[in-house]
Write a protein that binds this ligand. Sequence first.
Ligand code: OKP
Ligand code: ZN
Length: 343
Amino acid sequence: METIFSETHKRRNARSELYGGELVEPFERPSRAEYIVERVRSVRLGPVNPPDDFGMQPILAVHDADFVAFLQSVWTEWQAAGFKGEAIPSVWPARRTSTHIPKHIDGLLGYYALASETSISDGTWDAAYASAQVALTGAERLRQGARSVFSLCRPPGHHAALDMYGGYCFLNNAAIAAQHLLDNGAERVAILDVDFHHGNGTQDIFYEREDVLFLSLHGDPMDAFPYYLGHADETGKGAGEGFNVNYPLPPGTDFVTWRKSLQDAIEKVAAYGPEVLIISLGVDTFETDPISFFKLKSADFITYGADIAALKLPALFVMEGGYDIAEIGVNAVNVLEGFENGG
Ligand code: OKP
Ligand code: ZN
């Protein structure tokens, strides 16, 4: 399996994450991607290649143009406002507020943020842009006939919505890849999100559409980030009714239980009959992940990679989360090897 990877991910290197009232080193840090690409190389998964550049158009096909312009200019504007630290929102349009969009960068930041843990600093946009190109290049490889591709995206994307960033995400890489495939001949794409966290951004982007089936297995939002989306009763709207499927799972969920939901999701994907399957691949379901509460073991990642292969669909794996960094390479590549040897 080919891996697409950009060194530009290193430009996303924030100093701080607001966590439990403290500023700590971000869980989502550059070494994550380095460990993964190292593992890809050591098991000889396949060639590792840089992305092509598809420009802004496929990004703007998914995200709000003013939001994207904000992402491009926020760091410069934040500094110009005289702030000394990284850009962290501290105020939000919560309930019963006006729809006017503020001018001051402090207000704009809260307007476009869905959470405050994701500090913005120099290079964030460059890395987010490169990460989207990594996903797009993977999608393009499938169009050229590849059976599977690994888009080693960093920063991740599945929390990024039409016009919101947060949860370590800025641009929704999986959604951008899906839209690119739809805009180039595909009629139906399924996105299976196996990251521990609900893919609220992907759900948001495709909620009223029938050309993308979105399925997500995740920690119950009653107990886990992103808290305000990801319940089982969110099934889509309008033309999209029935094309959004959530599997919220409780603290302590082990592989046997998790796999039952996966099997159900796989059956729904098969019934939908997409041309392509995109997997939002987060390995924060691992038993020792520092911010998550599922109990998957390293060998389970091989097993479920093979389960996904049984669908016999062209597959684009898009990297999302995973924060037990010592094991992130093994766990992510286990899914890919399970897929290649399975089915
Ligand atoms: C990104 B991905 C609140 C913690 C907020 C944000 C988690 C983002 C996960 N105490 N944590 O889905 O792996
Ligand atoms: Zn996650």
